[in-house]
Ligand binder design. Sequence first.
Ligand code: PRE
Length: 302
Amino acid sequence: MSRIAYFGPRGTFTEQAARTFGDAEFVAVETVPLVLAAVRAGDVDAGCVPVENSVEGAVTATMDSLAEDEPLYAVGEAILSVRFSILTRPGVKPEDVKTVASHPHALAQVRYWVADNLPNAVPVATTSTASAAVRVNEGEFDAAVSAPVAVMHYPLQELATGIADVDTAVTRFLLLRRPGNLPEPTGRDRTSLAVIIAHDEPGSLANTLSELALRGINLTRIESRPLRGQFGEYRFYLDLDGHVAEKRVGDALAALHRNSRQVRFLGSYPKADESPSEAPPRATDSDYEAAAQWLAKVREGL
Ligand SMILES: O=C(O)C(=O)C[C@]1(C(=O)O)C=C[C@@H](O)C=C1
């Protein structure tokens, strides 16, 4: 049976995301970098980590490691809607709560609720929502902002449930493997890239995006992170509709490789929402093949 590491401990949102990828032996690991290290070391077959939240944005620990450390490829994606429970030791009342602990992304998603309902509470960051529950159970903090499933794993009471400042909040998770076989194209795929463009050339970002636009490729996310050394130098994370096996996507990636300082392929995988990623008219594989055949004839002087 395949082994999947997830950002744990038991009762995180990431555990629920990992379980959407089917039957496996699931292994809880304390932090995102340690999940990815376990995959790279071959201790597990795959790892599941959060990558972005619709309220708080990127999970930078995931993005930095995927772009900078030994390559891993995304082979699957899960999107979960995110609502929280406030867990305390039995008998604790809202006015008793002096510390409210959770993952920083979770704290950011209940900021207004906490201000209105736990007026004496100071937020404290923990490695994950479930590790906050563990530490509340151990008496270290008064309340945890946790996934609703956490109450099944720890002997805590629900002070409130279904909490979210933004009702429609969702988090996206990736299933990552060591490089090897890519998932087959499904017609409902996403491709992820990390690109460092030329910094000092006017229009280099516009050129990069044009390579996609000209080939009928829909960009679904663009996000930048500083390269850390100095201002003005960034790495761009691009998500686009389509699979690297498709001609227009392959052609665009090759163009980015020619024009950029660095392109790292992060995977082509089925989209969680199963929305179509098909090529628009004049950008399908058969359009590219017909054009290549025409060119070959021209070059033969025919
Ligand atoms: O701590 C957890 O339960 C996680 O799975 C992490 C995480 C995140 O990184 O965004 C996942 C979903 C929620 O948005 C809050 C926390």
